[in-house]
Write a protein that binds this ligand. Structure first.
Ligand SMILES: [Zn+2]
Length: 141
């Protein structure tokens, strides 16, 4: 089972479970997906917030970038995204695996980002690995 954050053209966001990502594509192509709020059939997957991990310095810098510019939220998020893309290595769905490698290898202080499920995040935090989740916005909207 896989959970997606979905969004309709009217900006309603909701979550839904699918047996696989193929199932989502199939239902989507056949217009069988429907917004739970307005019954609109134009449904897209919305971007999942990636999680990041890295040295304290990197996190600190990140938070400062965030705070300095908070008047313009969209701008901040774009800057945040750019900053992460330039300074962190993208590891995608391997995030929870890679974050453990970094964490248990004390010499390594690699800054990485990627996606993790809420269960993975829970497990990581039980191991004492703290993460930051940030909203991820598209560059072109
Ligand atoms: Zn809707």
């Amino acid at each position: 089972m896989i959970k997606y954050n979905l969004k309709c053209t009217n900006e309603h966001e909701f979550e839904s479970w699918f047996s696989s990502s193929d199932e989502f594509d199939k239902l989507s192509k056949k217009n069988l997906l429907e917004c739970i709020y307005c019954s609109c059939k134009k449904i897209e997957k919305s971007i999942m917030a990636p999680s990041i991990s890295g040295s304290m310095n990197k996190k600190q810098e990140l938070m400062e970038t965030n705070i300095k510019n908070f008047e313009d939220k969209k701008n901040v998020l774009l800057q945040l995204r750019r900053y992460i893309e330039n300074n962190f290595e993208y590891v995608g769905k391997d995030f929870s695996k890679r974050v453990r490698e970094v964490y248990y290898d004390k010499k390594s202080n690699k800054a990485i980002y990627g996606t993790a499920t809420s269960k993975e995040k829970e497990e990581l935090s039980e191991e004492g690995i703290d993460l930051i989740s940030i909203p991820w916005i598209n560059k072109d909207n």
